[in-house]
Design a protein around this ligand. Structure first.
Ligand SMILES: [Zn+2]
Ligand SMILES: [Zn+2]
Length: 204
């Protein structure tokens, strides 16, 4: 389930479109005829929630090959703190699935080994289980980061072409607010006053 947000001004009638705080997308070599293609660049196909796997199969690709070939794009919707313009921050990345089944099995084996050693040393099954869980979380986070970095290094041209921001396309401001940090008032693109709040409105 993806959360849907909307920005609204309390001083004028400005309201933004209802949209999620981010999404995953697939980069293709040619413009796609699919309805989920990005309206500004049809080579970017949005993996809309909850039909991600249907869109992938329409393109004839798997999530794993998408990650592996450096075609997965992480997109975050943000609002400029200086002028209130909404824009996308994009970053080429790779999900953990780029690692493959064998990689994850190795992580699991190492985590179980850590858990067994700690449990034996502390003479406690619970300590062992906690240590095993923490080890698997830490290892998967580290490995995801390494995989992501190596994919970005392998496809520098795509990184240069598709990475975007942070930086407001209207005023160049570098500071932005994510949709989840909606407790603070932001600048209204309609009236210019600091009277906009981003609110959670629904789940999609
Ligand atoms: Zn701006
Ligand atoms: Zn306003």
């Amino acid at each position: 389930m993806a959360a849907i947000y909307q920005a609204a001004c309390s001083a004028c009638d400005y309201t933004s479109l209802k949209q999620s705080d981010g999404y995953l997308a697939v980069i293709l070599d040619r413009p796609s005829p699919l309805t989920h293609a990005h309206p500004e660049d049809r080579r970017v196909v949005i993996l809309a929630h909850p039909v991600e796997s249907m869109i992938l199969s329409e393109m004839g690709v798997s999530f794993r090959t998408t990650c592996h070939e450096g075609r997965l794009l992480y997109v975050r919707e943000v609002m400029c703190r200086s002028c209130g313009t909404m824009y996308e921050i994009r970053r080429l990345g790779a999900g953990g699935s780029a690692l493959g089944g064998r990689g994850w099995l190795s992580i699991l084996a190492i985590a179980m080994l850590v858990g067994a050693l700690v449990g034996q040393q502390q003479n406690s099954i619970i300590f062992g289980l906690i240590a095993g869980c923490l080890a698997s979380l830490a290892l998967s986070a580290i490995i995801e980061r390494i995989v992501c970095r190596s994919i970005r290094r392998r496809y520098p041209r795509r990184v240069a072409e598709f990475d975007r921001g942070p930086g407001c396309p209207k005023c160049g401001g570098q500071e932005y607010a994510g949709f989840r940090s909606g407790w603070r008032k932001l600048v209204c693109p309609g009236c210019g006053r600091r009277s906009v709040r981003i609110r959670y409105v629904a789940k999609s």
